[in-house]
Design a protein around this ligand. Structure first.
Ligand SMILES: Cc1cc2nc3c(=O)[nH]c(=O)nc-3n(C[C@H](O)[C@H](O)[C@H](O)COP(=O)(O)OP(=O)(O)OC[C@H]3O[C@@H](n4cnc5c(N)ncnc54)[C@H](O)[C@@H]3O)c2cc1C
Length: 246
């Protein structure tokens, strides 16, 4: 793993997706260190003096591709005190400090994989999906849930990959039904479900579910619920990998 580095970044673009969910594009002052899809960064709103301690920060999965050394992308939803501060204080044109890379939530090509994403947890998988090539030998099943259709981030990328790559299957879960705007095509990937992401809904869609590795990223309650459901299906703990949000 690369040694983490601290970088000052320009907040280049903020996209407001509604419902207090944002994508933030950062331009670092120098090329980002090498990282792997699934790793995360620390972001602080406070000024950092390199001769002093690292200030309070929060962690966010890196959604940009490791190949883009001059760009960093994260997505966040306002949950508590610090992300509320981010909503108030982050503005295009200001500077922030980040440090990266961290984490070992890295998807391995050992058998079929199911990627289970809740809300902004999708960012943990985006760099992996973006970099997918035919060199990945196993099937990938992405199940991605959001409160409403407009909060399904990175749909262009996911739809495009599901359209061209037979080994990549996507399932969207939206809590509020809004089918008119979904662009859903019956019988094709991605498939839409109404309601919360659940193991029961995708179980029959998976190929060989007992031989699949499950990667889960999202809010703690979702991780807990899905892990419990997988254990009830006799999935061994070592086949369940979690990007543990606090
Ligand atoms: C590996 C990982 C990846 C994540 N990726 C994303 C992502 O891509 N998008 C996203 O929206 N969220 C992500 N999160 C969650 C995010 O980091 C925040 O923890 C979450 O949004 C909670 O909101 P908050 O920080 O505003 O809440 P707060 O109420 O400010 O804090 C929540 C928790 O942070 C911890 N905390 C409190 N004070 C401090 C402090 N001084 N320094 C450090 N920690 C403290 C405590 O455990 C506290 O319960 C990720 C978390 C992890 C662990």
């Amino acid at each position: 793993m690369a040694t983490p580095q601290k970088l000052r970044c320009l907040v280049n673009k903020i996209t407001d997706h509604g419902d207090h969910v944002y994508t933030v594009d950062l331009t670092p002052e120098r090329p980002v260190p090498r990282f792997k899809p699934g790793q995360f960064l620390h972001l602080t709103l406070d000024d950092y003096d390199p001769s002093s301690f690292w200030p309070e920060s929060r962690v966010f999965s890196i959604a940009s591709s490791p190949a883009q050394r001059d760009d960093l992308k994260i997505a966040y939803s306002v949950r508590g005190r610090y992300t509320a501060r981010m909503e108030n204080e982050l503005q295009e044109g200001r500077m922030v400090w980040v440090k990266l890379p961290y984490g070992d939530f890295v998807i391995r090509d050992a058998n079929n994989v199911a990627l289970l994403a809740g809300g902004t947890g999708i960012t943990a998988f985006i760099a992996f999906i973006d970099g997918l090539t035919n060199e990945f030998h196993n099937n990938i099943f992405l199940a991605y849930g959001a409160r409403k259709l407009g909060l399904l981030l990175y749909r262009d990328l996911i739809d495009a990959k599901a359209g061209i790559d037979n080994g990549f299957h996507a399932f969207y879960f939206v809590e509020t039904e809004d089918k008119n705007k979904s662009g859903e095509t019956k019988g094709q990937s991605p498939k839409f479900f109404t309601g919360c992401l659940s193991i029961g809904s995708i179980w029959n869609e998976l190929e060989n579910p007992q031989e699949t590795t499950y990667y889960i990223a999202g809010p703690p309650a979702m991780i807990q619920a899905l892990t419990g459901n997988l254990r009830k299906k006799d999935i061994a703990p070592e086949m369940i990998k979690v990007d543990a949000w606090e």
